[in-house]
Structure formats: structure tokens, C-alpha cells
Design a protein around this ligand. Structure first.
Ligand code: PRX
Length: 664
């Protein structure tokens, strides 16, 4: 094929369009294409429908108070409780139905079904225990737990008593836990003894204890869920302020805790996420707007109905699990699945076995997982009956058309719509994606913004760019699920998300524009393709990592003078971490130092940030003003032709590094 043919084929592939199947469209939750126009004309009142999915204790007076942008308030003066919305109100009709189907990693273990009745009971008992320990409204409770049922129980118990939770991903390091507890002044921790990974028990309490030793204030209580089975436990003596999760439950057997009335704007939870600086950002989510957004998008996009068995394979330690394993699905009264382990244990068909056994109706996963499934081969899904599936979803990073089509064909049997959902920790829920019953799908493109959202692709001046041209994604109107601020840091909130395209002196909401720090392009039909981050954040297996965080871990290693970290392309993970390191005078570029650097990153952040390659170099490419040229380092990592080096202070260094990485 000539170059021209290849390009033509690539263009045709890009333009490929798939219609939702008639059988799906017929039964979809949203079937009226008029919704886009209706929401535009009736904004912001269009969001009353989302609020109507919830039970309110006190009705709200106003849908949106935009008098003090960007500190928008939604459903003002309304009060509600998230735990009551996810549990109590379903008891009458769905008390005996499964709320959570939990699947442990070991295959021969008894999995656990929690009916709404049972989950409600456990949440009440745990809430009573938290109260007894002194947890009050507004106290931040940190959770450092893997995918075990005690995690959603603890989250909902906190929501019940008005204590915001801050969940730290279990794969993060002890240091990461300490940083987050310190930042949130959190005095309570819920964690566990360990969990299973590819058949082996992992000691988690050891890591939690190490983290606790780095907390700069007194920790009142640590509650330890005992997950490991008999004989697999590790030797741990509990400190005086540590207590077993089951003992808290047992001591409060049969307790009932009246759900606390929370203002719509009260904080439901904090979630730390990586940003441009080395310090993670504490994203603050509200009770009313967030829950309405999680519920509405679960209904409209994931097409969730109460009788479904919905399966999201994300981890609750990330925002996807908060919104689309716990809050959205439970608010709608459906059955939500939780799987503890990895998709390839004991074999590469584990997810398909779960889908078949539980007759899952939706599967929501990440492109990185889909690329791995594709690599393993279609023989794994083919061993199982996946015909219960009605809809597929993806989230976390751009999905390449080839992976999209593989997912559509081999998992969805060409019957299930695939929703490619763009959103962020900060947006609370989905923002750009197709409504599956009414919109055609274009592999590789997330789709149009959801109804009621004003999303534009602009240039550096803020002017809209032509279809097909790359630009920056912006959101020009507020939405209910948006973050309210960064915890105790309004200034950074404005700097990070608004300053770029807003008139920050204005109190006219039209002058305020939210900038998610992603690049994107739009086509003639208004479909948006998200191109990736434009800040110093990389996306490894759908997880956001700040390059600065990794760099500061590396320069903390003895023998390292300077480091620059970039993301390089990776077949499965999307991006992988490449670290360029200058050694200190007197230190050699040894394998020991390389291992120390890798360990240093794992200790500071966790195994997900582990560098794919550590490249020693005598110098880093810098501009005349001293700025590291990351773009060039990325080109080197990707084996691409090197861009313009003429503006460099030290142009020779680039070819030296390239030779080291790519060979001659
Ligand atoms: O760059 C975008 C990418 O993931 C970032 C958000 O990461 P995080 O806050 O960790 O949340 C991930 C789960 C919602 C975005 O700024 N991203 C997320 N979804 C997509 C995506 N990029 C392209 N397409 C997507 N569907």
C-alpha cells in the first residue's frame, strides 16, 4: 500500500459509524433525541430531573446559585442524606434484592451477596460504631482499602452520619497515605489486614501502620477489616487505638442510626488526585449535586435499571468506583458487582466467567484492560456465554478504534452499544459520551457532550477552533457534579481550573470557563476526540500520575542530582513512566542506583508509578531559560524523530540521550 492509501484507510477508519442496535434502542432509558435541545432551552432547570432521581428531606429553593463564580451552588437549601438515598428508600421494594454482589479473588471462596436489607443493617451498625468512637459531622474519615465489601459499608456509614470520607487507593504507598491524612487532618482510618493478589495474600496492615507513623497529628482510631482467610494472616499486634471491623459491627448489632440531614452543598467526600505540582489535590465533592450527577449519568449513559446486575471493574479507590460502583448504581437501587482481583487470575477468562455466572448486564472498564484482553485473544471470552450483556463502557483514557472494535465485536457480540465516557475526578461523573439509545458511535471519539453541557474546543486565546483542528477542551457552563473547590485551598482551585480562560475579576458566570487540561478536537457532527493531557500529568493504565510527584521521589534517592519524568507510549498501559536521571558528583550510573530509584518511586507513590525505564544522562535538554524540554524527552521515549532542538541551550545532549535509549 502506498502512503496515500494508508492515510486514506486511517481516515476511513476514523469515520466509521456504528448505530445502536434496535433491540437496545427500544428499551433504553433515554430514547428522545429532543433531550439535547430541551436541555439547552431549559438550562439550568433541566437538572431538576436529575435531582428528582433522589429523595430530598427538604426541597431545594433554587437549582443553581451562580452569584459567586466559580463557587457555584446547586439545589440550594435542599437537604438530603446520601446513605438514605442509596439504601433506606429501596428497602420496601428491593430489600431482599442484591445490592452488592461481591466476588473474592480466590476461586474456591464463598462469594458474598449483600441484599439491600443486609447492607443497610451493616451500614447502620458501622455508623453507630463510628459515632461511638467520636466521629462527628464534618470529620474526615480516611479509608485505605482494596476491593472488599467493608469499603462501601464504611463509605455509606460515613455518609449516614455526615462525615466525609477520603478513600486512598490500596495500591498507593504508605507515604501517599500519610500525605493525604495530613492534608485532610484526618483522625480516623479504616483499613484491612491484607488481601489477595494473583493467589498470594498481601500484607496491607503493615503498609497502613507505616503510613500512620508518618501522620503529623494524633490518630484517634484505626479500624481493621480482617479479610484474609484463616492461615493466611500476618502477625500483627493491634495498637491500643486499633480495633477490628467485625468487633465494631458486633458491638453495635441491630443498631439503627438516623441518617443526618445534609445540606446539598455539604461535602460528601474528598478524593485526592495528581496535578501539575508535587502535591496531590484534594477534590471536594458535594452531597446533592454530586449524587444527582452520579445517579443521572448512571441512568442515562449506563442505562442502569433496578433489575440489572451491573459490573464496573474499576477500583473504588478511584473516582470511577465512587461514582459508578457505589453511589450512582446504589442510588438507582440496582445490583452492583465488586470483584476483588485481577482479570487474569487464575486465568485470563476470569471476568468473562464472572459475567456469565452473574449474568451481568453492563460492563464498564478501561481501555488498558481492553487492550490486554485483545492481546490475550478472543478464545477467552469465547469460552463463556456473554449474552446477558446489554451495554459496554470504557473510561480513563482515549481508546484506539481497533480496541474499541474488538470490545464491540468479541465482548458485545455487535449488539451492545459501547459508551466511551470522558470525564475526570473533578467532574464527578461523565461529561462527554454518546447517549447509547439514540446516538451513533464513532470508535475513537467519545462523542458529543451530554445534554445541558456547554463544551468547546478552543485555541490559546479561548477562540473556538475549526472542526478537525486540535485545541483545548473547555467547559463553559457549570454542572451539578462539578468539584466545589480544592480542600481548604480556594486559591489553587481557581488557579488550576479557571484562571487560564476566565476573567477572574468578574462575577458574571459567563466570564468563567472551566479548563480540564486536556487537548481535544471536534468533528462536523460535534463529536469530540480527546487527545490527552496538556499538563505534566501522565496517564498510566487509566490512572493519573503527576510527573512532579515522581520526580520528587527520584531526587529523594541518594546519588540523584536531577530527574525529569515523561510518559512514553505503551501498548497496554497507554503510557508508561520514563525517568531521565542525572547522578550526583561522586556517584556512578550503576544497576544498584537504578534499583534504588525504582524502589524510591514505589515507596513514595506505589507500584503503578514504577518507571518502565531509568535512563542515566549527564545533562537534560533545556531551553535557554532553563526549562526542561519534556516534549523532546517524550519523542526519545517513543522512538520518534526528534523535533526542533535549535532553541536548546545544549542541543548535543539530545542525540546523546537518544542514542542511549534507541541505540545507534
Ligand atoms: O485525560 C483525561 C483522561 O483521564 C483524565 C482524568 O483522569 P482521572 O481524574 O483519574 O479520572 C479518570 C476516570 C474518570 C482526563 O483528564 N480520560 C478519562 N476518560 C477519558 C480520558 N481521555 C480520553 N477518553 C476518555 N474516555
Amino acid at each position: 500500500m502506498s502512503d496515500e492509501d494508508v492515510q486514506l484507510e486511517a481516515r476511513l477508519e476514523e469515520q466509521e459509524v456504528f448505530e445502536p442496535s434496535a433491540s437496545f434502542a427500544e428499551q433504553a432509558n433515554v430514547t428522545d433525541e429532543g433531550i439535547y435541545e430541551e436541555f439547552e432551552e431549559n438550562w439550568p432547570e433541566c437538572w431538576e430531573g436529575a435531582a428528582d432521581l433522589l429523595d430530598w428531606e427538604e426541597d431545594y429553593d433554587q437549582v443553581l446559585d451562580d452569584s459567586n463564580p466559580p463557587f457555584y451552588e446547586w439545589f440550594t437549601d435542599g437537604t438530603l442524606n446520601a446513605s438514605a438515598n442509596c439504601l433506606d428508600r429501596h428497602l420496601e421494594e428491593r430489600g431482599d434484592e442484591a445490592a452488592i454482589e461481591w466476588v473474592g479473588e480466590p476461586v474456591d471462596e464463598d462469594n458474598v451477596t449483600y441484599t439491600y436489607e443486609e447492607l443497610h443493617q451493616k451500614v447502620n451498625e458501622f455508623a453507630a460504631g463510628l459515632r461511638e468512637m467520636g466521629v462527628g459531622e464534618g470529620d474526615v474519615v480516611t479509608m485505605y482499602m482494596p476491593m472488599i465489601p467493608q469499603l462501601p459499608i464504611a463509605m455509606l456509614a460515613c455518609a449516614r452520619i455526615g462525615a466525609p470520607h477520603s478513600v486512598v487507593f490500596a495500591g498507593f504507598s504508605a507515604d501517599a497515605l500519610a500525605t493525604r491524612m495530613n492534608s485532610a487532618d484526618s483522625e480516623y482510618l479504616v483499613t484491612c489486614d491484607g488481601y489477595y493478589r494473583r493467589g498470594d495474600p498481601l500484607d496491607h496492615l503493615d503498609k497502613a501502620n507505616e503510613g500512620l507513623s508518618g501522620v503529623d497529628h494524633e490518630v484517634e482510631r484505626t479500624i481493621v477489616a480482617e479479610r484474609l482467610m484463616d492461615g493466611d494472616g500476618f502477625d500483627h499486634d493491634y495498637a491500643d487505638n486499633q480495633v477490628a471491623f467485625d468487633d465494631v459491627i458486633a458491638d453495635n448489632e441491630g443498631a439503627e442510626v438516623e441518617p443526618v440531614d445534609r445540606d446539598a452543598e455539604d461535602m460528601l467526600f474528598l478524593m485526592y488526585t495528581s496535578g501539575t505540582t508535587g502535591k496531590p489535590k484534594g477534590v471536594k465533592h458535594s452531597t446533592g449535586g454530586y449524587l444527582a450527577w452520579a445517579a443521572w449519568t448512571s441512568q442515562a449513559v449506563l442505562d442502569i435499571k433496578p433489575e440489572d446486575t451491573y459490573f464496573c471493574s474499576a477500583d473504588i479507590g478511584w473516582i470511577t468506583g465512587h461514582s459508578y460502583i457505589v453511589y450512582g448504581p446504589l442510588a438507582l437501587g440496582t445490583t452492583t458487582m465488586m470483584y476483588e482481583g485481577t482479570p487474569d487470575y487464575p486465568d485470563k477468562d476470569r471476568l468473562w466467567e464472572i459475567v456469565e455466572d452473574y449474568e451481568a448486564t453492563q460492563l464498564y472498564t478501561a481501555p488498558t484492560a481492553i487492550r490486554a484482553f485483545m492481546k490475550w485473544g478472543k478464545q477467552y471470552p469465547e469460552q463463556h456465554d456473554l449474552s446477558s450483556l446489554r451495554l459496554l463502557g470504557t473510561v480513563g483514557e482515549p481508546i484506539n478504534p481497533r480496541a474499541w472494535k474488538w470490545y464491540y465485536k468479541h465482548i458485545g457480540g455487535e449488539e451492545c452499544p459501547v459508551v466511551d465516557t470522558w470525564w475526570q475526578t473533578e467532574t464527578g461523573g461523565m461529561m462527554i459520551t454518546t447517549l447509547p439509545g439514540i446516538k451513533d458511535m464513532k470508535p475513537g471519539s467519545a462523542g458529543p457532550p451530554l445534554p445541558g453541557l456547554d463544551v468547546r474546543i478552543v485555541d490559546t486565546e479561548g477562540d473556538e477552533v475549526e472542526p478537525g483542528r486540535a485545541g483545548y477542551l473547555t467547559v463553559n457552563k457549570p454542572w451539578p457534579g462539578m468539584l466545589r473547590t480544592l480542600y481548604k485551598n480556594d486559591e489553587r482551585f481557581i488557579d488550576e481550573y479557571w484562571a487560564e480562560y476566565s476573567d477572574t475579576d468578574s462575577d458574571d458566570p459567563d466570564d468563567w470557563v472551566y479548563f480540564p487540561e486536556d487537548g481535544a478536537k471536534i468533528d462536523e457532527d460535534g463529536y469530540i476526540t480527546v487527545l490527552g493531557r496538556v499538563d505534566d500529568v501522565i496517564n498510566v493504565s487509566g490512572h493519573r500520575l503527576g510527573t512532579m510527584e515522581i520526580e520528587s521521589a527520584i531526587v529523594g534517592v541518594e546519588g540523584v542530582a536531577e530527574a525529569a519524568v515523561v510518559g512514553g507510549d505503551h501498548d497496554i498501559k497507554g503510557e508508561a513512566v520514563y525517568a531521565y536521571v542525572i547522578t550526583e558528583d561522586g556517584y556512578d550510573e550503576t544497576e544498584e542506583l537504578r534499583s534504588a530509584i525504582i524502589d524510591g518511586v514505589e515507596d513514595a507513590i506505589g507500584p503503578i508509578a514504577r518507571p518502565e525505564a531509568v535512563i542515566f544522562t549527564p545533562e537534560l535538554p533545556k531551553t535557554r531559560s532553563g526549562k526542561i524540554m519534556r516534549r523532546l524527552l517524550e519523542d526519545i521515549a517513543n522512538g520518534e524523530e526528534l523535533g526542533d532542538t535549535s532553541t536548546l541551550r545544549n542541543p548535543d545532549v539530545v542525540s546523546d540521550i537518544a542514542t542511549k535509549v534507541q541505540g545507534d
